[in-house]
Each structure stands twice: as C-alpha cells, then as structure tokens.
Design a protein around this ligand. Structure first.
Ligand SMILES: NC(=O)c1ccc[n+]([C@@H]2O[C@H](COP(=O)([O-])OP(=O)(O)OC[C@H]3O[C@@H](n4cnc5c(N)ncnc54)[C@H](OP(=O)(O)O)[C@@H]3O)[C@@H](O)[C@H]2O)c1
Length: 359
C-alpha cells in the first residue's frame, strides 16, 4: 500500500492549526508542522491528545520543524516531500501593534516564503492559505455593509486612499493579495504545477484544545471574566473551528477549489450581546460576571479617546454585515455542523475546563 501523503501545516501551536492537525490524522495523512521554537512540540502533542479519534502512534508521528515567517531558514526542510501545504500561521494579536508593519511583514512576506518553498519543493501540488473575512469586508462605506447585500468572495477589503482599516485586517488583505499575485506570476512563467486555494474565515469559536488557545477566544474569555462593563454594539460572523478545519481539508483535495477563495461562516452572525445571552442562558451562576448592559455607541466613542484598541472598532459599531457561505456549500459540498450557539458554548466549556476564566 502506498504511504499516505505528507501534509505541512504552518503554525502548529495555533488554535485553528491544532484542529486541522486532528482532522488530518483522522483522515489518515502524515502530518508535519512548523513552530517558531522546537520546545513547543510537546505542547502541540499534548493539545491534540485532548481530541478524540487519533492514536498515540499518530501523535508521536507528528513531525515538527522550526521555521519563522520572518526568516528564510527551515522552510525548505518544512516542505520536503510534502504534497499539500496548509498555510495557517499569521500574527493574530489581541493588542494593537506598535507599528502596522509588525503584522504586515510576517503575514505577507511569510506567505511568500511558504509559496516559494512550495514552488521549489518539486512535490507540493497545492497550498491552502488561511486568509480572513478581514481581507473581504472592511474599509467599505457603512451604507454598503448596511445594505443587506451579502459579502461574497468577489469583495475585497478596501486599502486605497483614506482607508481606516485596522493593521490586522491590512496584514491579511496584503498577504492574500501577495499570494494571488505570486500565483499570477508563476502562471505567466508557464508554471502550472502549484495550485492555490484560500479560506476566508469570520470569527472562529469552538473548543480550545489547550490553554494557549484562549487568546483566539478572547471575546468569550472577556465576557466570562467580566473584563468589559457592557456589550459594545458589534456583530461578527461565527464559524466553529471544527467546521473551519473541515473546509480547509476539502479545499486541499477538491480539484474545483483550485484558484478559488471561500468565505467560511456558519449559521450566521451574532452581536456581542447575543453571545452574552447565550452564556447566561447555558451557564447560569457561572456566567454571573457576563455583562447584561449594551454599551451605547456614544460611550464606545468616549472610551476610544483613551483606549487606542477601541478606536479600531468604531467604524463597525451598530453595523450588521451579511456574509454568504453559498460558494463553499455549492463548490466544496461543505456544510456547517455546529450552530453559533454550539460554537459559543464549546468555547466557554473548554475555557472553563482549562481554567482560563476566573468565574
Ligand atoms: N481566530 C479567528 O477568529 C480568525 C478569523 C479569521 C482568520 N483567522 C486566521 O486563522 C489563522 C489561525 O488563527 P488562530 O485563531 O489559530 O490564531 P493563533 O492561535 O494565534 O495562531 C496563530 C499562529 O501563527 C503563528 N505565528 C505568528 N507569527 C508567526 C511568525 N512570525 N512565524 C511563525 N509563526 C507565527 C503562531 O505561532 P506562535 O504560537 O509561536 O505565536 C500561531 O501558531 C491565522 O492566519 C488568522 O489570521 C483567525
């Protein structure tokens, strides 16, 4: 029997990457991942052990290679003999960076490093890049977002003159643009062996596999910890991490995914107030710190005068964006399995289990 293909997934320490590794093992692939420091290999193995359906033999077979998105070293070794690359790693910080370049350089230049290594490997046939709704639905006039016309894969975040797009959203937009430009150049050189598909997730919730995943679940963490006095009028598309991982694997092997981007949203969007209600309904006394008040937009504007990170969301206050998942359903045969409520509660239950909230 031929050996299973090797899949490289970048950033194995991440929340989404952990679940993708679990799904890859469940489907019988051989898996290699990159980390910035090899000392974190044990942590990844212990995280994926928390999921069902993978064996100790698989866990110990996980190959871990050191590679940083801002350095050339390690990438050739990382892609060696791999057939697929899932490029998931990218800075996803909770705080505002000092300089936007601190996010843009690893996101964009790191993506190009991964694509060049894949091209030069001689074995990789497809890269699936994790982009974001951040590269789709920002920088547009408020009227566009409020029109009720769904955002689709044809939309791109506007980075032209006068834009006020936050640094993270810029980093994802520039990284994805750079990836498609790279592919165009390859094609113009007659190189058609390497293919690219892109996944654009909205806010990812769902079960953490370890303590380190708490930063990706910061909205739920902050609500449970009572870290915010009220719920800002902000709405996000929601996707469960397990459904998001599933879409990555479909885009990896489905011939129809070649050259396509796919919005990754599940049942729909939730206001922060809705998330708070779900937590209170299901957790009872454990949710006693979850705020009940909705923060009026004028209060948020006042807060933004003193708290720089609050300035990032001012343009989205009260804005309900409609986001379509029709393309992923029609082209990839993908369907979300976890409702928004299930995704919120899976996040909360795992944060409680790992002691990441002060109830
Ligand atoms: N979470 C969401 O709501 C969401 C929504 C849409 C898209 N996304 C995208 O999904 C992907 C995964 O996000 P996540 O939620 O899983 O975030 P995460 O847990 O913070 O994972 C980010 C990963 O990127 C790695 N990374 C950051 N800078 C790096 C660098 N310079 N070199 C190498 N690796 C680096 C991190 O490694 P360290 O552990 O060493 O820091 C970590 O493994 C990202 O591309 C993110 O933009 C996330």
């Amino acid at each position: 029997m031929p050996e299973a293909p090797i899949v490289l997934i970048t950033g194995g320490t991440g929340f989404l990457a952990g679940w993708i590794i679990v799904l890859l093992f469940r489907q019988g692939y051989r898996v290699r991942t990159t980390v910035r420091t090899l000392s974190r290999a044990a942590e990844i193995k212990s995280s994926i052990r928390a999921a069902d359906g993978i064996t100790e033999t698989q866990i110990s077979s996980l190959q871990v290679v050191q590679a940083d998105l801002v350095k050339d070293e390690g990438w050739a070794e990382a892609v060696k003999d791999a057939i697929y690359v899932l490029h998931v790693a990218s800075p996803f910080p909770a705080a505002l960076p000092k300089h936007e370049e601190d996010l843009i350089i690893p996101a964009r230049d790191g993506t190009l490093r991964v694509l060049r290594a894949a091209r030069d490997s001689g074995t990789v046939t497809r890269v699936v890049m994790t982009s974001s709704f951040a590269a789709v639905g920002y920088g547009h006039p408020k009227e566009r977002s409020q029109s009720g016309i769904p955002y689709t894969e044809k939309d791109w975040t506007y980075l032209g003159p006068g834009n006020t797009v936050p640094p993270y959203n810029k980093s994802k937009t520039l990284a994805e643009r750079a990836a498609w430009d790279f592919m165009k150049t390859l094609e113009s050189q007659g190189n058609t062996k390497l293919e690219l598909a892109v996944i654009n997730p909205t806010a990812i919730l769902g079960p953490a596999l370890g303590k380190d995943d708490a930063s990706s679940l910061r909205t739920v963490t902050e609500l449970l910890n009572g870290a915010i006095p009220g719920c800002p009028r902000l709405q996000f598309g929601i996707i469960d991490v397990r459904d998001c991982a599933d879409m990555h694997l479909r885009a990896m092997t489905d011939p129809k995914a070649k050259g396509e981007r796919f919005l990754c949203v599940g049942e729909g969007s939730l206001w922060i107030e809705d998330i708070a209600k779900i937590l209170r309904k299901n957790l009872g006394p454990k949710a006693r710190k979850v705020p009940t008040m909705v923060l009026p937009n004028i209060v948020m504007r006042g807060v933004a005068l003193f708290v720089p990170v609050a300035r990032l969301v001012l343009g989205d206050l009260g804005v309900a964006k409609v986001i379509s998942n029709a393309k992923a359903r029609e082209v990839l045969g993908w369907q979300w399995q976890y409702s928004s409520e299930q995704a919120v509660m899976a996040s909360a239950d795992s944060l409680i289990k790992f002691g990441m909230v002060n109830l």
